[in-house]
Design a protein around this ligand. Structure first.
Ligand SMILES: Cc1ncc(C[n+]2csc(CCOP(=O)(O)OP(=O)(O)O)c2C)c(N)n1
Ligand SMILES: [Mg+2]
Length: 314
């Protein structure tokens, strides 16, 4: 981890999502988009602590994790366009990104599902005595589901090499955590199942990196897992789509403002000399242009693809 690598990852995610938001109204993007703008620091801090061989499972708010873990931007944009060259051959859209060589095992529209998938994968790795670490991303809303509790219990019981990351942006669609949970103590619930658990305040990319790196190092050294981190963050855009939604009445802009003032992208950018920062930004702008041009030029899947890769027939 260096300030350069953190900034590269933060800026890349922010800028490509801003471009997605611009293109979205043209209807070239064929799937819904759940933007991570404002939340990038969590995925970036976590993934900076991981190696390519480590495994990540995520949610439909997938772009930040996919890119931070090393996912290919061309394949991501092509997937959003529903093109044959996309990460899921144009069949999954924004919510279903996957890049197996990069250890991105998949993201899902179905809230909570990938928590159990990650636990199963970590169980398999432990049996195979592989030293890779599994990371399971979830939203705060997913912690309302039974599968969250079942998965945490089993992971703790089996002491799995697994790190749970709860991206707590305080909302499940339009419902605040306080209207869904009698106590706002997700990290304490995790601890009750028998694992090291901690809340990381303030969307601080260095703090997220530091705490997750310590957990990864401990797991690689053979110490028992799992670990749980409740990472406090905030979604700036609407739940799904490219716009702001402070006029809907479920939240007010003044709630978002402190998070915006503490924006991690310029914060880390300011730590770099402009002679270092500008080439990073220029390279990413070129990558974004190429990714959209690639998606535009790519073909849609052939009609004969309609029934392929629907089931694993191995
Ligand atoms: C099993 C299931 N139940 C309900 C939904 C509808 N749904 C889509 S997103 C969402 C909110 C999830 O909130 P959270 O986990 O906090 O993630 P965030 O969108 O804030 O990143 C819900 C309830 C769903 N997709 N899957
Ligand atoms: Mg949420």
């Amino acid at each position: 981890m260096t300030n350069e690598s953190l900034y590269q990852s933060l800026y890349r995610i922010r800028r490509v999502e801003e471009e997605i938001a611009k293109v979205y109204p043209t209807d070239k993007i064929k799937s819904p988009v759940h933007l991570s703008i404002g939340q990038e620091a969590v995925a970036v801090g976590v993934c900076e602590a991981l190696e390519t061989r480590d495994i990540a499972f995520g949610t439909y708010r997938s772009h930040a994790l996919y890119l931070a873990k090393g996912g290919d931007m061309k394949q991501m944009i092509a997937e959003l366009y529903g093109k044959d060259t996309g990460a899921a051959r144009g069949k999954g859209g924004s919510m279903h990104l996957i890049d197996l060589p990069k250890g991105i095992m998949g993201t899902s529209a179905v809230v909570g599902t990938t928590i159990a998938n990650a636990v199963g994968y970590a169980y398999a790795l432990k049996y195979q005595r592989k030293d890779a670490v599994v990371v399971s991303f979830m939203g705060d809303g997913a912690t309302d589901e039974g599968v969250f509790h079942e998965s945490l219990n089993f992971a703790a019981l089996k002491a799995l090499p697994l790190i749970f990351i709860c991206e707590n942006n305080q909302y499940a669609i339009h419902t605040h955590q306080k209207l869904r949970q009698a106590q706002a103590n997700i990290w304490e619930r995790a601890r009750a199942y028998g694992m090291v658990s901690e809340r990381i305040e303030h969307n601080d990319v260095f703090k997220v990196y530091e705490r997750v790196k310590a957990a990864v190092d401990a797991l690689r050294a053979g110490q028992p897992g799992p670990y749980f981190f409740e990472c406090m963050t905030y979604r700036w855009k609407e739940h799904v789509g490219p716009n702001e939604d402070y006029n809907l009445g479920y939240r007010v802009r003044s709630e978002a403002e402190p998070w915006m003032q503490d924006d991690q992208v310029p914060r880390i950018g300011a730590l770099l000399d402009s002679s270092v920062r500008q080439p990073i930004e220029a390279a990413i702008e070129a990558e974004i242009r190429e990714a959209f041009a690639f998606a535009e030029a790519s073909p849609f899947p052939a009609q004969s693809e309609l029934y392929t890769a629907v089931y694993d027939e191995a």
